[in-house]
Design a protein around this ligand. Structure first.
Ligand SMILES: NC(=O)c1ccc[n+]([C@@H]2O[C@H](COP(=O)([O-])OP(=O)(O)OC[C@H]3O[C@@H](n4cnc5c(N)ncnc54)[C@H](O)[C@@H]3O)[C@@H](O)[C@H]2O)c1
Length: 312
């Protein structure tokens, strides 16, 4: 039986990953300090003898016997990662060092949940993995962007210097059930505002674009990457290349929630990228992966989840 460690396993993506790994027959150790994670996310797994939960902060060393490590621990939304930026950098950098040290000792394979934010506010579009990015090193997003960039550096140095078996995935915007209702991410914001009948906040003129990947698709990509041949280290982009403006997203959410909420426009936050879209040619050719869930179907599942937690 595969023993798999998931750091950040009580978070949005981590909990879906734990569900998937347990369903696949793995023995899962979920490690989380509950900074943004939530016990409710993993409650359905708690009675399972092959699921174990450990409260632990990855900025401290961890000793456990496992075969694979998925390193997801890190607050992912700007409101959360900017709340304690020093801790965010520590989680990214010290967390990566601790998990890579563990992987080295155990000869375990380790996958890093990196991010499209390593591309910053990109000059090339769509972004391919060989693009080095345009990141402000001293801005309010830097604790996350540069923290993730440094984590990638550490992964590749542990690979070159210590032959650690690494996998790096650059995740683009992902949405679905178990997103945090108040994390300021656009999909959850729009849905919660629409369900409550509050004004829908659009930053800028709403013409900036994003692409959104449904969580089940993304998790499938992470598992495929973890189980790919050793020579494929990445970084590999994963996300949905179908791009839309924030205005289009808002209109979809209003229609699917049958909400009468109004759109209101506010200034763009500092360093907010205007456009971001993954080039997923590498994931397609190397892993046979591409997103399958249509936005409307994913939004319906997400809206159903938020109805349960927001309208109580
Ligand atoms: N959701 C996305 O769209 C997206 C996009 C790009 C990258 N990612 C990456 O994927 C990972 C998971 O993101 P998410 O959306 O599930 O976010 P999340 O905030 O829901 O999950 C992160 C989890 O990590 C835990 N955590 C934070 N600091 C920790 C620490 N020091 N020690 C132990 N646990 C800690 C949190 O409590 C939480 O459970 C993150 O690394 C994030 O950077 C996510």
């Amino acid at each position: 039986m595969n023993r798999i460690l998931v750091t950040g396993g009580a978070g949005f993506l981590g909990s879906h990953l734990c569900d998937r790994l347990i369903a696949d027959g793995a023995d899962v150790l979920c490690v989380d300090n509950f900074y943004t994670g939530n016990k409710a996310n993993i409650a359905p797994l708690m009675g399972n003898p092959y699921f174990e939960l450990m409260r632990h902060d990855v900025t401290f060393p961890l000793y456990a016997e496992v075969d694979q490590i998925f390193n997801l621990a890190c607050p992912a939304s700007p409101v959360h990662y900017q709340f304690d930026p020093v801790q965010t950098t520590k989680t990214n950098v010290h967390g990566a060092i601790n998990m890579l040290g563990l992987a080295k000792r155990l000869k375990a394979r380790i996958l890093q949940a990196s991010t499209s934010e390593v591309y910053g506010d990109p000059e090339v579009h769509p972004q391919t993995e060989d693009y080095w990015g345009r990141v402000n090193p001293i801005g309010i997003r830097s604790c996350y962007d540069e923290g993730k960039r440094c984590a990638e550096t550490l992964f590749f140095d542990y690979h070159r210097q210590h032959q650690v078996d690494i996998k790096v995935v650059r995740i683009f915007n992902t949405y679905g059930p178990r997103m945090h209702p108040n994390d300021g991410r656009v999909v959850s914001n729009f849905i919660v505002q629409a369900l409550k009948g509050e004004d829908i906040t659009i930053y800028g003129d709403g013409q900036q674009t994003r692409s959104f990947c449904y969580v089940d698709d993304l998790i499938d990509g992470l598992v495929r990457m973890m189980n790919s041949q050793s020579s494929l280290t990445g970084p590999v982009n994963m996300g949905n290349p179908t791009e839309m403006t924030m205005l289009e997203l808002a209109e979809n959410v209003l229609r699917l929630t049958a909400s009468k909420a109004r759109l209101v426009f506010k200034p763009l936050p500092q360093d907010d990228p205007k456009q971001r879209q993954p080039d997923i040619a590498m994931a397609k050719s190397q892993l046979g992966w591409e997103p399958k869930v249509a936005l409307v179907d994913g939004l319906k599942e997400t809206i159903a989840y938020f109805k349960k937690i927001v309208l109580v």
